[in-house]
Design a protein around this ligand. Structure first.
Ligand code: DCP
Ligand code: MG
Ligand code: MN
Length: 339
């Protein structure tokens, strides 16, 4: 279990996992095939976590989740040093262009395909497209900066900057820097901030007030169009671009505001990574529960009734609401896995 929770990978099998990850990205960005993309990413993650170097693909047969076709691919990499399928895809200009388009914040695989079909072949072409979302416009404008990884120290500095404002604005508010930063990575793709208030109500409406101060201070790039949306009534989300006054680059930043009774679950979700989240959600499901970013709920009825049961369970039935986060992160996950 520790090896699942610990994101420090020993790197014995990077030569195997890297091409699989590249295929994963192409499946998502070029073909919009999220399922296949996830399968490749999952196997790459498993290979990364092995405490030894794989020298014979048959060694992988006993590992759950690595199927025949993946073993065939690993064999090919071991014997030829590459994956012909990947080599072909990467040599294809259409693939290259659509990957570039989809690497822009605010442009997903569907829009990337539409832009290609509309005849665009470069980011300069794309910036002249009349149907871009405001997010994609900002994504294009800051594309160079936000494509760079962020050093851990700068993520910490940005977090401290926001925490300072937050604590003045709303005393007692609690903020955690999540995502890859919380997993101890040396560099991060973005800055993930998770915020709540232990009094149970002060988090309401806090997002808007915090955003306007951060924009006044020019920490946040002004960008409001449909960003301060809430995906459910429980969580307020904002995705934006920020720049710490003492650092030269613009960075991607995500804010999430949760009520305190969801916070432990939100913290697990927002710490990730996404593969771990899918695994523990699946595990919860096999044990008759539903795990989300907001709680752990008993499932009523059969798998077919899953949708109905989710909506029929009142929120207060959250089994572990309010439980101390450290217990949740360490203890609960450990308990689920050991049962
Ligand atoms: N998350 C998830 N599934 C997704 C997206 C996100 O479970 N499709 C969760 C797990 C992530 C967390 O949210 O760890 C933060 O998302 P990020 O996209 O910021 O990913 P990371 O912080 O893990 O990595 P990066 O360094 O690329 O930002
Ligand atoms: Mg992140
Ligand atoms: Mn993020």
């Amino acid at each position: 279990l520790d090896s699942i929770l610990d994101d420090d990978t020993p790197d014995y099998n990077k030569d195997l996992s890297r091409p699989l990850l590249e295929l994963s990205e192409i499946y998502a960005n070029v073909f919009g095939d999220e399922w296949r993309s996830f399968t490749y990413r999952k196997v790459a993650n498993k290979l990364d976590k092995l405490p030894y170097k794989v020298s014979n693909a048959d060694e992988l047969k006993s590992i759950q989740g690595i199927g025949k076709s993946m073993i065939t691919k690993v064999k090919e990499i071991l014997s030829t040093g590459q994956l012909q399928k990947l080599v072909n895809l990467k040599a294809n200009t259409q693939v290259q262009i659509m990957q570039l388009f989809a690497s822009v914040w605010g442009i997903g695989p569907k829009v990337a395909r539409r832009l290609y079909q509309a005849g665009h072949r470069s980011l300069i072409d794309v910036s002249g497209d009349s149907a871009l979302s405001s997010m994609a416009r900002i994504g294009l404008k800051y594309h160079h900066d936000i494509s760079q990884r962020i050093p851990q120290a700068e993520v910490a500095a940005a977090g401290a900057f926001v925490r300072d404002i937050l604590e003045n604005l709303c005393p007692g508010a609690v903020m955690t820097v999540g995502g890859s930063y919380r997993r101890g990575h040396a560099t991060c793709g973005d800055i993930d901030l998770l915020i709540t208030h232990p009094d149970g109500h002060s988090h309401n409406g806090l997002l808007g007030r915090l955003l306007s101060i951060l924009q006044e201070l020019e920490f946040l790039v002004p960008f409001s169009s449909s960003s301060a949306e809430s995906s459910t009534h429980k969580v307020d989300t904002y995705m934006g671009i920020c720049k710490h006054p003492q650092y030269p680059h613009y960075r991607r930043i995500d804010f999430k505001f949760y009520p305190k009774e969801c916070y432990a679950f939100a913290l697990v979700y927002f710490t990730g990574n996404d593969v771990l989240n899918r695994r523990i959600r699946y595990l919860a499901r096999t044990k008759g529960y539903k795990l989300s970013d907001q709680g752990l709920y008993p499932r009523i009825g059969s798998h077919k009734d899953a949708q109905a049961s989710e909506t029929s369970i009142p929120y207060d039935h959250n089994l572990l609401g309010g439980m101390h986060t450290d217990y949740f992160n360490g203890g609960l996950i450990r308990d689920i896995f050991s049962n």
